[in-house]
Design a protein around this ligand. Structure first.
Ligand SMILES: [Mg+2]
Length: 480
């Protein structure tokens, strides 16, 4: 592994800065882990993890689970730096209602977050579950010729996580079932929420995991070279065992007033951040990321994207050569999502037809699109006296407005729907009595009249546009 540790070290300190600024800004949150594990984050997101920020659901991505979910600013800083769709604005909005950066990471909410975590130890369970599912996927779908699943599950857990029974059960299960795609990084800092860990624990964690049939490495957790090497070893291990990396870290590293103590766990260090930021070599500008670190991650993202493309080529070949396996996989995914057998059968027939016809639809769709755009503009003018783009300008529709993401067709029909509603209100107003009978057909009537008028003027029929829409649908379907 050839890595630029100077730059990763700089990135680690800037991630510390982001965490300090975010926790300070909302006066809430946990600094201990983001600061103590900054080098772990740099080694993972700047090197060891296999992912593609632009395709957060890539099948063969490594899954990173932050079991110690209270240290969420760790995850947000690194997802932001790595180039996921998580803007600096969202980092600044840490813990603000409705932001993508809630107090604890939430699955399905923030791109790159693989599990909703917070209850201590449960993330270890989530990671073991992922490891099982990926092993099952490997066994079912890899072939001698094509490896489409060979990813790793990597979880980061603290003392509190490993004290929990739920973690112990999952750890025993992982050892028993030889989940060698699982790497657990233990943020071992001798500190728990309220006191030094020595007040409540004295077990030998390495021995405990070895007894559960895990491989164990113990390293300096603030040393980038050691972390990178340890993860590399764990990924390359051929012992058939899950991998524990005990990373001896300094909690709250970067804030000398609290580092190494339980005061560093929460937001207690936030009042010292001005001096701490200076000590880390950060400028006065808050939420600062240097151009060098930006460049590094931009370059790293390109490398990750190239790996993704390589995998995609293998995946496409696998699909083409193993249609029955590909179908089995799709079927299984629907089943897991809770769909019934009848629905799945219909859906599978639909997919088969669509795949066959997609090329033809795309070709005809491109031809029809031109007619379709003329028609859309015509309907819009007939109904509202403006074209769709004029409508957008008039309404001052902004990017954050849902309608701005609609294409003209969708927009026009939303507008027509509004027109129908307006008709009802007008009837109520003019007669003084609410008429509850709706004029839901108003939109369709206007659209039909506009089409007829246009065809008359052009002296030819306008094609329906169905092929264009189907091609669009088919493209959407193929992506999912
Ligand atoms: Mg701890």
């Amino acid at each position: 592994m050839n890595q630029n540790f100077d730059l990763l070290s700089k990135a680690a300190n800037e991630a510390r800065g982001l965490a300090m600024d975010a926790v300070h800004a909302c006066n809430s949150g946990h600094l201990g882990l983001p600061l103590g594990c900054a080098e772990v984050g740099a080694a993972l997101f700047g090197g060891a993890l296999q992912f593609n920020p632009d395709e957060p659901k890539w099948l063969n991505r490594d899954r990173f689970v932050l079991s110690a979910g209270h240290g969420s600013m760790f995850l947000y800083s690194w997802l932001h730096l790595a180039g996921y769709a998580l803007s600096l604005e969202e980092v600044k909005n840490f813990r603000v209602l409705g932001s993508l950066t809630p107090g604890h990471p939430e699955y399905h909410h923030t791109p790159g977050v693989e599990a909703t975590t917070g209850p201590l130890g449960q993330g270890v369970g989530n990671a073991v579950g992922y490891a099982v599912s990926q092993k099952m996927a490997e066994a079912r779908f890899n072939t001698d010729k094509h490896t489409i699943f060979d990813n790793h599950i990597i979880a980061l857990a603290g003392d509190g996580c490993l004290q929990e029974g739920v973690a112990a059960e999952a750890v025993a299960f992982a050892g028993h079932f030889k989940l060698d795609n699982l790497i657990l990084i233990y943020d071992s800092n001798d500190v728990t929420l309220d006191a030094m860990a020595s007040a409540t624990q004295s077990e030998d964690t390495a021995l405990r995991f070895k007894a559960a049939e895990w491989d164990v490495q113990t390293i300096k957790g603030n040393d980038l070279a050691e972390i990178s090497k340890a993860i590399e070893n764990a990924k390359a291990a051929t012992t058939g065992k899950p991998q524990l990396i005990i990373a001896r870290t300094l909690i709250g590293k970067g804030i000398p007033e609290v580092a190494g103590t339980s005061k560093a766990h929460g937001e207690g260090g936030a009042k010292f951040i001005d001096a701490a930021r200076k000590g880390l070599g950060l400028p006065d500008e808050h939420f600062y990321v240097s151009p060098e670190v930006r460049d590094f991650f931009a370059g790293h993202k390109k490398k990750l994207a190239a790996d993704f493309e390589k995998w995609t080529a293998v995946y496409k070949e696998w699909r083409a050569e193993n249609p029955e396996l590909a179908t089995k996989r799709t079927r299984l995914l629907y089943k897991l999502k809770g769909y019934g057998d009848d629905w799945i059968e219909k859906r599978m027939r639909g997919i088969a037809i669509r795949e066959e016809l997609t090329d033809e639809w795309q070709r005809r769709g491109a031809e029809e699109q031109k007619d379709y755009e003329i028609l859309t503009a015509e309907i819009s003018k007939a109904a509202f006296g403006v074209t769709p783009s004029e409508y957008k300008a008039l309404k001052g529709l902004k990017r954050e407005n849902l309608r701005d993401h609609m294409d003209d067709f969708e927009l026009i029909f939303t507008m027509l729907g509004e027109r129908a509603t307006t008709e009802i209100h007008r009837q109520e107003d003019s007669q003084g009595v609410p008429k509850l009978k709706s004029d839901a057909n108003a939109g369709g009537r206007i659209a039909g009249d506009a089409r007829k008028a246009l065809e008359k003027r052009l002296k030819r029929p306008i094609v329906s546009g169905n092929n264009y829409l189907r091609a669009k649908e088919a493209r959407k379907g193929l992506k999912s």
